[in-house]
Design a protein around this ligand. Structure first.
Ligand SMILES: Cc1cc2nc3c(=O)[nH]c(=O)nc-3n(C[C@H](O)[C@H](O)[C@H](O)COP(=O)(O)OP(=O)(O)OC[C@H]3O[C@@H](n4cnc5c(N)ncnc54)[C@H](O)[C@@H]3O)c2cc1C
Ligand code: FES
Length: 363
């Protein structure tokens, strides 16, 4: 069925909602070039589905690339106020396994699989009359979803959106954010650039975000609920700035895309457990075996033994470490990164599963 046909069915109120327990296939409908190294990929379900999610949430995609299944999380940059389509906006990371592939390969008509929506980083959980959104680089996506949501609803919410980019040519969603600012008196867009772009000298705030800059751009900083997303050093700097400003950190919320940060934030695996007593976990594809005590997560035991397994959030949320358990049983405490029907098929999240017996993992 054509998308127009799908939209018509949806408009007439007969579309079903996307059900994360059942639906997992998305069809690419459009690819948009946002900046020189950022593209937006727009998806719908193969049959009409209305996407329900909270602005700021993400999907975990399961890509089949050169015969390998690879999971990556991408924020839904679109707004649930436009439920027929969802979009993700992806920066091409040099040397990466997925983002260069998406940029080079993903075309309208191609299908991908995705789990979600997932995640707790959303303004809906923290209603406030005034928000400050702080983003760096591709960290703009969850905040863009929130900004689009408020704009579509003509909400009275007061938003200041401060975004850091390398140069004016790197400002993602620049025209759309400028449009929001031009038609909404209660929306301000404050882009900050580190350098000029070729052919476009930058006349706005220049350099990295600093407290004097923040105070100048957002004098009522203390009255705002703050949401931040960006590279780890950027978010670290923001936290230091806000602490210096005496900001009430109960009203500060952040999300990291940064694999290494998330890994660093995770409890360190205890390397002494490599040879200690516990259950034997055998990895059938790599041929490796590790010992995992009953109170240790399988992922931590494998990492402690020097294995590199796919993982991201390390807290049962993103689904990146999802693996098939060929035999054995585990105690798993996840936070939504796996569906019941996957559990029924013998899948587990290694980052939040402790062994109850010897295990064979299909990795
Ligand atoms: C909740 C969440 C939401 C996200 N939302 C977005 C979003 O909206 N937009 C977006 O662009 N990204 C987003 N991300 C990040 C995204 O999931 C990917 O991490 C990102 O696209 C890079 O993936 P990749 O496969 O291209 O790179 P990867 O293969 O993960 O590689 C990343 C970097 O590590 C290097 N590297 C890889 N393997 C090694 C190795 N063995 N040794 C040394 N270096 C290595 C690569 O060269 C590259 O520079 C999000 C992440 C999370 C957790
Ligand atoms: S690493 Fe995110 S669910 Fe396991």
């Amino acid at each position: 069925m054509s998308l127009i046909g799908e939209a018509r069915i949806a408009a007439e109120g007969t579309s079903a909602a996307w059900d994360a327990e059942v639906d997992d296939t998305l069809v690419c409908r459009e690819v948009r070039q946002e900046t020189h190294d950022v593209k937006t990929f727009v998806f719908s379900a193969p049959d009409p589905r209305l996407f329900r999610y909270r602005p700021g949430q993400f999907l975990t995609f399961d890509f089949l690339i050169d015969g390998q299944r690879i999971n990556r999380c991408y924020t839904i940059a679109s707004s649930p106020t436009r439920p027929h389509l969802i979009s993700i906006t992806v920066k091409r990371v040099a040397g990466g396994a997925v983002s260069p592939w998406l940029h080079a390969t993903m075309r309208p008509g191609m299908r991908v699989q995705a789990v979600g929506p997932l995640g707790e980083f959303t303004g809906l959980a923290h209603p406030a009359p005034k928000y400050l959104f702080l983003s760096g680089g591709s960290g703009i996506t969850p905040l863009m979803s929130m900004a689009r949501y408020h704009d579509d609803l003509a909400a009275e919410t007061d938003i200041v959106f401060v975004h850091n980019a390398r140069s004016p040519a790197d400002i993602i969603f620049r025209d759309e954010l400028a449009l929001f600012a031009s038609h909404r008196p209660n929306f301000r867009f404050v882009p900050i650039c580190e350098a000029d772009a070729t052919g476009e000298p930058w006349t706005g705030f220049r350099g990295r975000l600093s407290l004097p800059m923040l105070r100048l751009g957002v004098p009522d900083l203390d009255e705002r609920e703050i949401f931040t997303c960006g590279p780890a050093p950027y978010m670290g700097a923001v936290r230091v700035m806000l602490a210096e400003a005496g900001f009430d950190m109960a009203r500060y919320h952040e999300e990291s895309f940064d694999f290494l940060t998330l890994q660093a934030a995770a409890p360190e695996p205890v390397t002494t457990l490599v040879a200690s007593a516990g259950f034997t976990v055998s990895f059938s594809k790599s041929g490796r075996s590790v010992v995992c005590p009953p109170d240790v997560f399988v992922l931590d035991a494998a990492r402690a033994a020097g294995m590199r397994l796919p993982s991201s959030c390390t807290k049962g949320l993103c689904g990146t470490c999802k693996s098939k358990l060929a035999s054995g049983t585990v105690e798993m405490k996840h936070q939504g990164g796996i569906r019941q029907r996957e559990i029924d098929q013998g899948m587990v999240l290694l980052c939040c599963s402790k062994p109850l017996s010897d295990l064979v993992v299909d990795r």
